[in-house]
Design a protein around this ligand. Structure first.
Ligand SMILES: Cc1cc2nc3c(=O)[nH]c(=O)nc-3n(C[C@H](O)[C@H](O)[C@H](O)COP(=O)(O)OP(=O)(O)OC[C@H]3O[C@@H](n4cnc5c(N)ncnc54)[C@H](O)[C@@H]3O)c2cc1C
Length: 195
């Protein structure tokens, strides 16, 4: 019996670990489009905010964990681009090289999650959604993009990286650097209450 699981985060990784506990002999292959296996999405906001300082702390497990502890094969940066149910095969595309291969299976588990809705959608308009500084945060690479943009405040970007930032963001940086931030009475009161 060979099982292919598409997606390796909460749903896919839990399914793979459970299948292995139920059956020691099944061949299991997990396929993940992104670079990480089983990362802690709930930690992404904390990483962006600097509470979780290292990106390397976000992944819960890696390919070796699954290989060594559960005897489960994992292919990251590998995307399922087609399913042939009658043939019981999937088409896989190596994200880095573009190479397409076909893999057979007995059972297929789909756990591809979802994707961010970015209006305009039918009935939903959100003016300004395409402005620089509007981000989405679902993955570790998404969080990296946000951190890279904002790390200048902590001196994390060198001069060349700052110059590469989009023009609109540059203007905002210049505006901010000439402002002196003052604490308003309302902010002071709110901080006092929270103590
Ligand atoms: C910022 C943030 C904070 C969150 N905080 C919490 C929290 O505090 N508590 C909580 O309970 N939940 C939280 N969640 C929600 C939780 O992360 C999700 O419910 C959970 O990750 C869903 O798991 P999943 O496996 O269904 O899908 P996903 O996590 O979306 O994983 C699906 C995976 O499938 C891969 N994939 C998709 N299509 C293909 C394809 N064709 N080929 C190969 N791979 C593919 C994707 O790359 C992705 O890695 C948070 C989510 C986010 C984004």
């Amino acid at each position: 019996m060979k099982i292919i699981i598409v997606g390796t985060v909460a749903g896919g990784a839990s399914c793979a670990a459970r299948l292995r506990r139920l059956d020691q002999t099944t061949e299991i292959l997990m396929v993940e489009r992104g670079p990480y296996v089983s990362s802690a999405n709930c930690g992404l906001p904390y990483h962006i905010g600097g509470v979780i300082e290292k990106e390397s702390s976000l992944p819960v497990a890696n390919e070796n964990t699954f290989r060594n502890q559960f005897v489960i094969n994992v292919r990251t940066r590998c995307e399922v681009i087609g399913i042939a149910p009658e043939m019981k095969t999937v088409r896989l595309r190596d994200v880095a090289t573009g190479e397409v291969t076909t893999e057979a299976h007995d059972k297929l588990v789909l756990s591809p999650g979802t994707s961010t809705i970015r209006p305009p959608q039918p009935g939903i308009a959100l003016p300004g959604i395409d402005l620089p500084g509007i981000f989405e945060v679902r993955t570790v690479p998404d969080a990296r993009v946000i951190r890279d943009r904002f790390l200048w405040r902590r001196g994390g970007l060198d001069r060349r990286q700052r110059e590469d930032a989009p023009a609109a963001w540059q203007r905002r940086l210049q505006k901010k650097s000439t402002c002196t931030r003052t604490r308003t009475p309302a902010t002071t009161r709110a901080r006092g209450r929270s103590r």
